[in-house]
Design a binder for this molecule. Structure first.
Ligand code: ATP
Length: 295
């Protein structure tokens, strides 16, 4: 990445007035592409996303987008930002095209012909051209998500911030949403914050795992899982038997699947387990002393 391309975060810290340290010194370099941000509840993901979206300020640290200092020149950076909020408000009776037109106007798209052309392109891009003249209130959850991207893409942002996007979407809609994000990520930084490890594993070229305000692991999904190669062992513990201390426990038919990290199989009942990003996630949290990991 050239020093002036993409997103660069240095020493970002934020403590809320109630004393909660939500960010404790975040350093990240994010090149154009799809970048995943994973973390448990309360890790600081939303604080980081809102700070990047210029909706709140940190106590210290530095953020640069394409070399521009976000904290010193927020207005200049805002023109390069797209933020996809979790919920799109209710606009009774307003069609998709009308709502996009209003937002484009607010973003300074005052030249009518250019604005129309940009909106038509955006609607095509998110696969909503045919639904453009229907009321937004009649859109399905998946259509609303894609419509949110179209809103966030007005003005061709260099950084698209996407917070918890796929909750409640069926698999087909989730796929459609992912394809649109991947398309945007060909040209811009797309930062995807989510609890859904599988989304990140399939989609993102790099991942950061955030816990208690710190980055506890960072790399490509292959790097993060590669560190665990030949170190994970699994066993289904029958109902009624107490599972061993594990990196991760999950319910499966017949009992509890326990995944352990160890140089060799703890005993002959364990099988080698091929590491997934979810395992790397739990190992990283456990290594950072975050209790949720072993729950
Ligand atoms: N405005 C606020 N005032 C005080 N504390 C806050 C505020 N916003 C967040 N926090 C606290 O800061 C910590 C980080 O919260 P944040 O919402 O950034 O985490 P998160 O990773 O987005 O969590 P979730 O996945 O649950 O949304 C939490 O302990 C939260 O309670």
């Amino acid at each position: 990445m050239s020093p002036t391309e993409g997103l660069s975060i240095r020493g970002l810290a934020k403590t809320y007035p109630n004393g909660i340290a939500a960010l404790r010194g975040i350093d990240l370099e994010v090149a154009p592409g799809l970048y995943g941000l994973l973390g448990p509840n309360g890790a600081g993901k939303s604080t980081l996303m809102r700070t990047l979206a210029t909706l709140q300020t940190p106590d210290r640290g530095e953020i640069r987008l394409d070399g521009i200092d976000l904290l010193a020149e927020p207005d200049r950076v805002r023109g390069r930002l797209g933020y996809l909020p979790q919920q799109i408000g209710a606009y009774p009776g307003v069609t998709g095209r009308e709502l996009l037109t209003r937002f484009a106007w607010l973003k300074g798209r005052t030249e009518r012909r250019e604005r129309r052309a940009e909106i038509a392109t955006l609607l095509e891009r998110v696969n909503l051209a045919e639904a453009a003249d229907r009321a937004v209130a009649t859109y399905s959850g998946g259509m609303l998500r894609r419509f949110g991207i179209a809103l966030a893409l007005i003005g061709a942002p260099r950084l698209l911030i996407v917070d918890e996007p796929t909750a409640g979407l069926d698999p087909a809609e989730r796929n459609r949403f992912h394809r649109v994000l991947a398309d945007v990520a060909a040209e811009a930084v797309v930062l995807l914050s989510t609890h859904i490890v599988e989304d990140v594993e399939n989609l993102c070229s790099r991942v950061a795992i955030l816990a208690e305000g710190r980055i506890v692991a960072e790399g490509t999904p292959a790097e993060l899982t590669g560190r665990l190669a030949d170190r994970l062992w699994s066993r289904v513990v029958p109902r009624g038997e107490t599972p061993p201390p594990a990196v991760h426990l999950s319910a499966v038919p017949g009992g509890t699947l326990a995944i352990l990290e160890s140089d060799r199989a703890p005993d002959e009942r364990f099988d080698a387990h091929r590491p997934r990003l979810e395992d790397a996630y739990h190992v990283a949290l456990a290594g950072a002393g975050v209790l949720e990991a072993a729950a």
